[in-house]
Design a protein around this ligand. Structure first.
Ligand code: AMP
Length: 115
């Protein structure tokens, strides 16, 4: 499994940077966003270093499907039962700040800080 020693999210997966974990399995990791837009805002990431959606390969398709399947389960576990938003920013024009593929999951009662 590939890791980038300079990647902040790889460091979170490795436990070198603390996070508020919401999920971990053999290929996915989930944790609360440090600057939440919504009352519940967590990120789902592959444990392996995939920089962006542009870097996704056919072999990653099942993992991406699992990520989508996991989002509503975790949202419900965290009390989000009235809907949520998912967002994957990609590349410069997509305003992706962290170069490790991640899906935002945002929910909870409005108003939200952003979005
Ligand atoms: P994006 O613009 O899609 O790349 O979003 C990156 C997200 O990562 C932002 O919402 C940040 O608040 C979040 N983030 C950055 N560093 C951390 C961290 N150490 N722990 C949790 N979330 C983080």
């Amino acid at each position: 499994m590939s890791h980038d020693p300079n990647c902040i999210f790889c460091k979170i997966v490795a436990g070198k940077i603390p996070s508020r974990k919401v999920h971990e399995d053999s290929e996915l990791f989930g944790f609360h966003d440090v600057a939440p837009w919504a009352p519940v805002h967590f990120l789902l990431i592959p444990k392996q270093h995939i920089a962006t959606l542009y870097d996704v390969e056919d072999a990653h398709q099942a993992m991406l499907g699992r990520m989508l399947r996991l989002a509503p389960r975790l949202a419900l576990e965290l009390g989000v039962a009235n809907g949520f938003r998912t967002l994957i920013n990609t590349g410069e024009d997509g305003r992706q700040e962290v170069q490790h593929l991640h899906m935002h999951v945002m929910g909870g009662p409005r108003p939200w800080a952003r979005g």
